[in-house]
Design a protein around this ligand. Structure first.
Ligand code: PLP
Length: 399
C-alpha cells in the first residue's frame, strides 16, 4: 500500500476508510494508486449515475467553464439555474425549485419550508413532523432529528424537537399523529436506502397522500438516494402514482458535483419570501449546467428503459441467492438499488468483496447494498454478482 494510505491522515476520523487510495475512474471501474482496479457498485453512494469519467459530465463542465462563471451567488440569476429549475418542475410537478449543496441541506430547507407554509395558511401551531422507522434524511440538526438511527443521534442531542416516528405501513399510527393537528409535514423516502434498502409499498404512499390532504399537512418525498432514475422511473414515487407537495433531490443531480434541490408545489412556493432561506453556493452556474446535462440524459425514456432492463437482469440473478447461498436471508430493493440481507455483519462481506475487487457498501449492520452506476453493462453486472457470491460464500463458518 502507498504511504498516503498508511500514514496518519490529517482528516477528522468520522469515516472508517479502507487501506487504499483511489486515483482514477472510468465507467463502472476505479483504480487505486497501486494500479489495482475495482468494479464500483457503490457509485459514490448513488451519486455517479452516469459512471466515472462520464463524457456527458465532462463536456458539460468544459462548456460551463468557457463562460468564466463558476459562481455568481444568488444575488444574480443565471440561465443554467433557471433552465434547470424549469426542467425539474416539468419532469415532476408544477411548482418551484430551491437549490443547495447536499442532501441534508435539501431536507433542512424542506423542513423550514413546511413550517413556513403552515404559518402562511394560518396554522402557525403546525411545527411538527412525521418520519419513519428506518428513515435516513441526513446528519444536520433537523435532518438528523428525522433520521431513525440512535447511534447517529445520541451523541448530539438535543436535536430539533417535534419529530414523531412510526412504522412504514402504519396508516392508523400516521392518522393518529396527524389528527393532533400539529404536523407540518410527513417525510418519507419512497425507497429507504441507508436504513436497509426497504421499498415502501405504493398503497402506503397513496394512503399518506390521502391522510395529508385530509389533515392539512404536507407530504414530502426524500428522493435523494432513490430518485433520478435509480429505480427505473425518473422519480421513485412515480411507480406509486402519488404526487408529493415537496421533493428533495441531491446525490446524482449534478454528476458528482455537490448539489441538492427542493422541489415544492405552487402552494408551498407561494408561501416563501425573500430572506426566508438561502445559501451562498446553492445553484451556481457551473453545477447547474452539469445538472442540466445529467437530468436531460437520465430523463431520456430510452435511458430509463435501459435502467429497467439492467435492473431486471440484476434482480433476476439476485433472486436466486436466498436458499442457494448460505447466509443470505433475503434480497430486496427497486431498480438498481438492491439490498442483500445477510446473517453475518455486512461490513465483513463488504471488505471481503473489496479484496476480490468489488466495491459495495452496507446499509445498516445486516444489509449489503448494491448501487452500480445506471450505465453498468450486463457483463459488469454478471461479474459483480460473481464476485459478490464469492464474498458471500467466504462467510461460511463465520458468525
Ligand atoms: N436523504 C437520503 C435518502 C440519503 O440517502 C442521504 C444520504 O445518504 C441524505 C438524505 C443526506 O444526503 P447528504 O449526504 O448529501 O447530506
Amino acid at each position: 500500500m502507498t504511504d498516503t494510505a498508511t500514514a496518519p491522515a490529517a482528516l477528522v476520523g468520522v469515516y472508517a476508510q479502507p487501506d487504499l487510495v483511489l486515483a482514477r475512474g472510468e465507467g463502472c471501474w476505479v483504480w487505486d494508486e497501486d494500479g489495482r482496479r475495482y468494479l464500483d457498485f457503490t457509485a459514490g453512494i448513488a451519486v455517479n449515475a452516469l459512471g466515472h469519467g462520464s463524457p456527458v459530465v465532462a463536456s458539460a463542465i468544459r462548456s460551463a467553464l468557457e463562460t468564466g462563471l463558476v459562481h455568481t451567488s444568488n444575488l444574480f440569476p443565471t440561465r443554467p439555474v433557471r433552465e434547470l429549475a424549469q426542467l425539474l418542475v416539468e419532469l415532476s410537478f408544477p411548482g418551484q425549485v430551491f437549490f443547495c449543496n447536499s442532501g441534508a441541506e435539501a431536507n433542512e430547507a424542506a423542513l423550514k419550508f413546511a413550517r413556513r407554509w403552515a404559518g402562511s395558511t394560518g396554522a402557525e401551531h403546525k411545527k411538527e413532523f412525521v418520519s419513519f422507522r428506518g428513515a435516513f434524511h441526513g446528519r444536520l440538526f433537523g435532518s438528523l432529528a428525522a433520521t431513525d438511527r440512535e447511534a447517529y443521534q445520541a451523541p448530539f442531542r438535543p436535536l430539533m424537537p417535534g419529530v414523531h416516528f412510526t412504522a412504514v405501513g402504519d396508516v392508523a399510527g400516521v392518522e393518529a399523529l396527524l389528527a393532533r393537528g400539529s404536523v407540518a409535514a410527513v417525510f418519507i423516502e419512497p425507497l429507504q436506502g441507508e436504513g436497509g434498502v426497504n421499498p415502501v409499498p405504493g398503497e402506503f404512499l397513496r394512503a399518506l397522500r390521502a391522510l395529508c390532504d385530509r389533515h392539512g399537512s404536507l407530504l414530502a418525498f426524500d428522493e435523494i438516494q432513490c430518485g433520478l432514475g435509480r429505480t427505473g422511473a425518473l422519480f421513485a414515487h412515480q411507480h406509486a402514482g402519488v404526487i408529493p407537495d415537496v421533493m428533495t433531490l441531491a446525490k446524482p443531480l449534478a454528476g458528482g458535483l455537490p448539489m441538492g434541490a427542493v422541489v415544492v408545489s405552487e402552494a408551498v412556493g407561494s408561501a416563501l419570501r425573500p430572506g426566508d432561506h438561502g445559501t451562498t453556493f446553492g445553484g451556481g452556474p457551473l453545477v447547474a449546467s452539469v445538472a442540466l446535462a445529467v437530468v436531460r440524459a437520465i430523463s431520456d425514456p430510452v435511458f430509463l428503459e435501459g435502467v429497467r432492463a439492467r435492473a431486471d437482469h440484476l434482480v433476476q440473478r439476485l433472486s436466486t441467492l436466498p436458499g442457494r447461498v448460505p447466509g443470505v436471508k433475503e434480497v430486496r430493493g427497486m431498480g438498481l438499488l438492491q439490498g442483500v440481507v445477510v446473517e453475518e455483519q455486512a461490513a465483513s462481506i463488504v471488505s471481503r468483496a473489496r479484496e476480490l475487487g468489488l466495491l459495495v457498501v452496507s446499509a445498516g449492520p445486516k444489509v449489503v447494498r448494491l448501487i452500480p452506476p445506471l450505465t453498468v453493462s450486463f457483463d459488469e453486472l454478471d461479474l459483480g454478482l460473481e464476485l459478490l457470491e464469492r464474498s458471500l460464500a467466504g462467510a461460511e463458518g463465520d458468525s
